[in-house]
Design a protein. Structure first.
Lengths: 305, 308
C-alpha cells in the first residue's frame, strides 16, 4: 500500500519534471526567433545581392556616378543614392544633435520639476508620431515655409526633408542622453558645487563628460535612425538619383529608391528587382558600421562609479 | 586697496558665471519649446487642412478618383486586420522570449547570442524588415502580398520592443516573490505563470501598446512588400453565415492600410487630395497619440502605486 503511494508520488514527480522541461523548450523557441530573424535578413540580402553582383561588378557599383537601373542605358553606381542619404542625414544631425543635447542637459540639470514632468512625455509623444505624417509636414508645410525665404527652392528638396528628420530624431537623442546624465551619481555634482562651480559649469564640465558614453550611444542611435529613415525623404526629397551635395536640390536616398521600386511592378528575379536588395545590403552595412562604432565608444568611454 | 579690488573682481566673476546659468536656462527652455512648437505646428497645420474632411462618410467610403468622395474605409479595415495579426504574433512570442531570457535562460553563449540579436534588431531600419519579408514571406513562403505577410512583418519589427518591455518589468519584481512561491513548493512554471506574469502585466501592456502604436504608423516595410495603394474593396469577412462561422480567408486578401493611403494621397499633385491626406494623417496621429498617452499613463500609475 505504502509502496504504491510512493510509486505514485514518484511518477507524479517525473510527470512534473517532464512538464517543466518541455515548458522550458517551448519558451526557448520564441526567444530564438530573434536569431532566426537576423539570419533571415543576412541570407536574403546576400543571396539576392549575389545574383545582382554577378551581373554588375562591385567596382562599378561603388564608383559609377550614375544610378539608372530602370533606364535603357542602365548604370548601377550607388554613389548618387549614398550622397542623398548622407546629405539628408547630415542636415538631420545638425538639427538633432545640438537640440537633443541641449534639451537633455536642460531636463536633467536645470528644469524645474513640473517642466520636466510635462516636457518628457511631450517629447515621447513627438517620437511616437508616424514618419509618414512627418513626411506630409515636410512637403506641405516646411517646404512652402522655406520657399517664402528662398523663392528659388524647388518643391522637392533635401533641406526640408533633413530638417524635419532632425526634429523627428530629437526625442531619441534627448531621452537617451538624459537617462545617461541622470545615471551620473549625485556626489559628483555635490563635489563640483562644493568647489564653487555654478550649475552650468557642473552640467557642462562634470555631468556631460561623465555621461559621455551614454550620450555618444544616443548620437549613434540618432545617426542610424537618420540613415534608415524612409518615408520623409521618399515624400519630401523627390526621388531622382542625382550625385549632388547641394541640400537645395532634390535627390534620392537608398531608402527612397527601395520605396520607388516597390511602388512599381518589377518582376521577381529581374535585375531591377535585385537592385533593391543590393541597396538594402549597403544600408545594412552602414547601420552595422554605426552600431559597432557605438558599441566601441560605449566600451571605451564607460565610467564605472 | 588691492584687497577691495580683488573682492570686486571676484564678485564680477561670480556674477558673470551666474549669468551663464540664467542664459542656459533660457536656451534650454527654448530648445524644448522648439520641439513642442514643431509638434503644435504639425498638428494645427493638419487640422486646418484636414479637419473638414473627417466625417462619418470619410470612414465609410472607398478611395476614389474624385477627392471629395474618397474615404478611408478599406484603409482602416486593413489597418485593424493587420494589427490583429501583428498582436496575435508579437505578444505571445515577445512575452515568451522575455520570460525565457529573464527566468529560464542559462548563462551561456546561446543566451548571449539571443541578447545581442534582440539589441541589434531594435536598431535595424524598418525598410530592411520589408526586404526580409519580400524575399522570405512573399516569395520563399508564397504568402503573397497579403494581410498575413504584413502582419507578420510588423510583428518581427516590434518584437524587440515587446521583449525588452517584458524583461524590464520582470526584472523589477523582487526576488522574494519567487522565493516565497518556491518555499511553498511551487515549480518554476507555477511561479512564473501565477506570480511573475501577473505582476509584470502592466509593464508588458505598456510595451505592447507602444509597439502597436509604432506598427500602426509604419509605412516603409509595407510598401516594400508591395502592398497596393488603391484598394476599393474589403477583405472577406471573418465571420460567415454557414458553419464553421469563422473564416480565415481575409488573411490572404490584398489590402491597404492608413499610412499607405495617406502616402498615396500626399504624393498626388492635386491640392484636394492633400486635404484627404491631412484628414488621414489626423486620424493616424490621434490614434497613435492616444495609444502612447495610455502607455505613458500606465507607466506613471505603476510608478505611483507599485511599491514592493
Amino acid at each position: 500500500m505504502t509502496g504504491r503511494a510512493a510509486a505514485d508520488r514518484l511518477s507524479r514527480r517525473r510527470v512534473r519534471r517532464v512538464k517543466e522541461r518541455s515548458i522550458e523548450v517551448v519558451l526557448f523557441l520564441p526567444a530564438s526567433v530573434s536569431v532566426v530573424t537576423t539570419i533571415g535578413i543576412v541570407v536574403i540580402l546576400f543571396s539576392e545581392s549575389f545574383s545582382f553582383f554577378r551581373e554588375v561588378s562591385l567596382a562599378d557599383f561603388l564608383t559609377d556616378t550614375q544610378w539608372t537601373p530602370l533606364f535603357a542605358d542602365a548604370h548601377y553606381g550607388i554613389l548618387p543614392l549614398l550622397s542623398g542619404t548622407l546629405v539628408t542625414s547630415g542636415i538631420a544631425l545638425l538639427v538633432a544633435i545640438p537640440l537633443g543635447t541641449l534639451i537633455a542637459i536642460y531636463l536633467s540639470e536645470f528644469a524645474p520639476f513640473t517642466v520636466r514632468e510635462i516636457g518628457k512625455p511631450f517629447l515621447e509623444l513627438l517620437g511616437g508620431i508616424p514618419t509618414i505624417v512627418y513626411g506630409y509636414f515636410a512637403l506641405l508645410f516646411v517646404t512652402p515655409l522655406l520657399q517664402v525665404f528662398f523663392p528659388s527652392l524647388p518643391g522637392f528638396n533635401m533641406l526640408s526633408a533633413g530638417l524635419v528628420m532632425g526634429i523627428m530624431i530629437v526625442p531619441y537623442i534627448s531621452s537617451l542622453s538624459e537617462d545617461a546624465m541622470r545615471a551620473v551619481p549625485m556626489n559628483l555634482r555635490e563635489g563640483s558645487y562644493a568647489m564653487g562651480a555654478t550649475r552650468f559649469q557642473t552640467a557642462w564640465r562634470v555631468v556631460t563628460p561623465a555621461a559621455f558614453s551614454g550620450i555618444a550611444a544616443a548620437y549613434i542611435l540618432g545617426i542610424s535612425r537618420a540613415v534608415g529613415e524612409t518615408m520623409i525623404v521618399a515624400i519630401a526629397a523627390g526621388m531622382q538619383p542625382d550625385l549632388t551635395w547641394n541640400p537645395a536640390e532634390p535627390a534620392a536616398t537608398i531608402t527612397s529608391y527601395i520605396v520607388q521600386v516597390a511602388l512599381g511592378d518589377l518582376p521577381h528575379g529581374s535585375l531591377g528587382y535585385q537592385t533593391i536588395f543590393a541597396a538594402g545590403l549597403t544600408l545594412a552595412f552602414i547601420t552595422l558600421l554605426f552600431n559597432v562604432m557605438g558599441h566601441v565608444l560605449r566600451k571605451r568611454f564607460r565610467q564605472a562609479y | 586697496m588691492s584687497a577691495s579690488t580683488h573682492v570686486v573682481r571676484l564678485r564680477a566673476l561670480i556674477a558673470a558665471h551666474k549669468r551663464w546659468d540664467r542664459v542656459f536656462a533660457v536656451v534650454g527652455l527654448l530648445a524644448l519649446m522648439t520641439g513642442v512648437l514643431t509638434f503644435v505646428a504639425l498638428f494645427v497645420d493638419m487640422a486646418i487642412d484636414g479637419a473638414a474632411r473627417v466625417s462619418l462618410e470619410f470612414f465609410t467610403s472607398f478611395p476614389s478618383r474624385r477627392p471629395a468622395q474618397a474615404g478611408v474605409l478599406s484603409a482602416w479595415v486593413g489597418s485593424v486586420l493587420v494589427m490583429i495579426v501583428t498582436a496575435a504574433t508579437a505578444v505571445p512570442l515577445g512575452v515568451a522570449a522575455g520570460v525565457y531570457l529573464e527566468e529560464y535562460a542559462p548563462r551561456n553563449w546561446m543566451t548571449d547570442l539571443i541578447e545581442i540579436n534582440v539589441t541589434n534588431l531594435a536598431g535595424v531600419p524598418s525598410i530592411i524588415y520589408g526586404l526580409l519579408a519580400l524575399g522570405l514571406f512573399v516569395y520563399q513562403f508564397g504568402l503573397g502580398q497579403s494581410i498575413l505577410t504584413a502582419g507578420l512583418t510588423l510583428a518581427l519589427l516590434i518584437l524587440p520592443v515587446v521583449i525588452v518591455a517584458t524583461r524590464e518589468s520582470i526584472r523589477a519584481i523582487p526576488g522574494m516573490i519567487r522565493e516565497g512561491a518556491y518555499a511553498l513548493g511551487a515549480t518554476k512554471w507555477q511561479t512564473t505563470a501565477d506570480h511573475i506574469l501577473p505582476y509584470a502585466t502592466p509593464g508588458i501592456m505598456t510595451g505592447v501598446i507602444i509597439g502597436m502604436a509604432r506598427a500602426i504608423g509604419e509605412t516603409a516595410p509595407i510598401i516594400t512588400i508591395g502592398a497596393l495603394t488603391f484598394i476599393a474593396f474589403l477583405p472577406p469577412a471573418p465571420v460567415t453565415a454557414e458553419p464553421p462561422f469563422i473564416s480565415f480567408e481575409w488573411l490572404w486578401s490584398p489590402f491597404t492600410v492608413l499610412p499607405i493611403q495617406m502616402f498615396n494621397w500626399t504624393s498626388r499633385p492635386e491640392a484636394a487630395f492633400h486635404e484627404n491626406a491631412a484628414a488621414a494623417g489626423l486620424v493616424l496621429v490621434v490614434m497613435t497619440l492616444a495609444m502612447n498617452a495610455v502607455a505613458i499613463y500606465l507607466r506613471y500609475r505603476m510608478r505611483k502605486t507599485i511599491k514592493w
